[in-house]
Write a protein that binds this ligand. Sequence first.
Ligand code: SAH
Length: 262
Amino acid sequence: MRTGSFEPGEKTLLIDPKGRKYLVTLRPHDKFSTHLGTIPHSEIIGREEGVALRSSGGATFIAFRPTFAEYSLKMKRGAQILYPKDVATVLVWGDLFPGATVVEGGGGSGALTIALLQAVGEKGQVITYEVREDFLRQARANVETFLGKVPHWVTKLKDIYEGIEEASVDRVVLDLPEGWRAVTHAAEVLRPGGLLLAFFPTVPQLQAMATAIEQEPRLRLQEVFEVVHRPWRIQGPSVRPEHRMVAHTGFFMLARRLTASS
Ligand code: SAH
């Protein structure tokens, strides 16, 4: 459930007076403990989001359901996740729409998968290729903890460089080391007008991808860009950027499938 009062078994995010966030699974007889004291879960279960709770040490914590961004940063990782700012970018630049069929290359920890599944909805479908069984297991646990059952998700323990089995796909999204090795397969399965969006941390990867797209007559390179997210802090009169930030994650490359030439 994403609304209503807190229920046993679900995740809650407890925020301490300094803004530190703790992700907690609610269990009736358990208690949350930090250096600021403890809070029995029974004081959270049945309450509304936004409730203020006093710990045994006298500190006030606020309980909310984690947003997707908060959850993805806190969930257990197999592979490195795609950061929320980049996930957000995939959804708009990748033009994900309800009902779309999306092939995802590299399931990783499932952060991007959650967002794709939400965007396409149950009338759409996400097909995730992942070569590591342990990552796929972790991704499934992460996805189902956040979304519950997801009948519109298909996972394949397969190497996407060897081929994509689907046809007439609306979007192919790649977050894996050698995305250029899947370019021909993406061109093969994308419908005309379909979109290929790939993400890479380094410039040589971007170059290899650009070359592969330029050599593929069915695809047209559209955009290359990165997204910078600079958080700010407001504390009384001190209003300024945070001292620390995630300064680099990666670059996006976007291409579109042309219609077959007559
Ligand atoms: N977007 C993911 C992170 C992906 S990390 C998230 O948000 O959590 C890259 C993943 O690609 C890793 O899990 C890796 O095992 C997988 N991978 C690497 N090569 C692959 C291939 N050829 N086919 C399918 N998956 C691959």
